[in-house]
Ligand binder design. Structure first.
Ligand code: HEC
Ligand code: HEC
Length: 359
């Protein structure tokens, strides 16, 4: 089966005028990288899973990671703006955590580098879990089953319930949430019947005429880089409660005009560099058919809408990425492209919600 692998890989390499690195797409064969200081063990993964589902990680005991990254909804939430801490509203769509383990830039604006670093963010965020780290550590120490589980997950540590170990356990669990065996992977690994002729045509468009591969490349279909597409504003960004959250974030980042910025400008909020206005990190397209709505603000409800957006050459902003141009796709080609995106859906990821330890 595997002998046609090299041939197929070279067949999907697009030609580049000046040589150098040509972007490609590839099957997902390697497990995600694991940092040397956080080896995966069954005990740690089990603990991380519990913590992921446990709403006691939030201030009022009502918000777990799973509330916004719901295993029943593609490990994201099928609504435009993410859920938020009770009484607040979020200003971004919650992305899937499927395959986040492969990302070297996390969040819509790429501001976190590792899952360990990422996991601490939502716990403390006033509009996500609104929890104080020290209070959380004391709360978990009051739950005997957790004390045992932390001891087993971090053997030899005297006082293993720390915020870093909480993040490490959750990250280890997240490294098991992987999209596997999609029709695309099976096709690339030699099963020629795994994709339909329409999907194969869509793949050719993806790496050819439609130019998607320029940003969505590698086995996880992302270059992990920032790009300005000119994604339209979602009217919900004007909701007073959404505005309040965005303005709060901007204030904490040192923006004097924080109340005047009327939409999410992505990486610009972090860098304050005008060229980053509206820049977002390329997301994975693995399992994308399961993770509507799309984009940082959930403005597109379907893959058809996304494809129409790219077909028009993206949005209308002065600093738009020069890689985006009108594509002139026929109706048939649009359908084929969508069919290919559907071929990136892996096997269902079945995670049973664990029974949480009592106090
Ligand atoms: C109240 C909703 C909410 C909760 C609770 C929440 N998240 Fe998120 N998560 C989001 C949103 C929204 C984003 C995108 C934020 C951004 O880009 O600024 C995000 C981004 C992420 C990402 C980045 C994915 C990627 O590939 O870039 C990961 C990983 C993640 N969350 C994991 C977690 C974990 C682990 C927890 C629990 C400790 C958690 N989240 C709790 C809403 C939430
Ligand atoms: C210039 C780089 C670039 C090119 C070319 C590109 N994309 Fe994207 N893509 C992105 C970025 C960046 C985002 C996230 C934008 C945002 O959230 O505002 C994105 C988002 C998406 C999403 C939404 C994913 C999600 O989970 O919300 C889909 C689907 C998608 N692209 C498909 C495509 C297809 C199909 C093509 C080719 C027609 C393509 N992209 C070409 C960079 C690119």
């Amino acid at each position: 089966m595997k002998k046609s692998f090299a041939v197929l890989i070279s067949a999907i390499t697009i030609s580049s005028a000046v040589g150098g690195d040509k972007p490609t797409i590839a099957p997902l064969v390697d497990p995600p990288p694991v940092p040397p200081d956080n080896p995966m063990t069954p005990e740690k993964i089990e603990l991380g899973k519990m913590l992921y589902f446990d709403p006691r990680l939030s201030g009022d005991g009502s918000v777990s990671c799973a509330k916004c990254h719901d295993p029943r909804q593609g490990f994201q939430k099928a609504r435009e703006m993410s859920p938020a801490y009770p009484g607040t509203k979020h200003f971004r769509h919650s992305p899937t955590i499927i395959n986040s383990a492969y990302n070297t830039a996390l969040f819509w604006d790429g501001r976190a580098k590792t899952l360990e670093e990422q996991a601490k963010g939502p716990i403390a965020s006033p509009f996500e879990m609104n929890m104080n780290y020290d209070l959380l550590i004391e709360r978990l120490n009051a739950i005997p089953e957790y004390v045992e589980m932390f001891k087993k997950a971090f053997p030899g540590e005297e006082d293993p319930i720390t915020i870093d170990n909480i993040a490490k356990a959750i990250a280890a669990f997240e490294r098991t949430i992987i999209s596997k065996n999609s029709p695309f992977d099976r096709y690339m690994l030699g099963d020629k019947d795994a994709m339909t002729p329409e999907q194969i045509k869509g793949m050719e468009l993806f790496i050819g005429k439609a130019g998607c591969v320029n940003c969505h490349n590698g086995p996880n279909f992302t270059d992990n880089k920032l790009h300005v597409l000119g994604v339209p504003k979602n009217p919900v960004e004007d909701d007073p409660m959404v505005k309040a959250t965005r303005s709060f974030v901007l204030k904490t980042l040192g923006f004097k005009n924080h109340r005047e910025i009327d939409r999410d400008l992505g990486a610009y909020f972090q860098t304050k560099d005008p060229k980053d206005k509206g820049a977002f990190r390329t997301p994975t397209l693995r399992d994308v058919a399961r993770t509507a709505p799309y984009m940082h603000n959930g403005v597109f409800k379907t893959l058809d809408e996304v494809i129409e957006f790219y077909n028009a050459g993206g949005g209308d902003v002065p600093n738009k990425d020069p890689l985006l141009k009108p594509l002139n796709l026929t109706e048939e080609e649009k359908k084929a492209l969508k069919a290919f995106l559907e071929a990136l859906t892996g096997e269902p990821i079945v995670i049973e919600e664990p029974e949480l330890p009592g106090m």
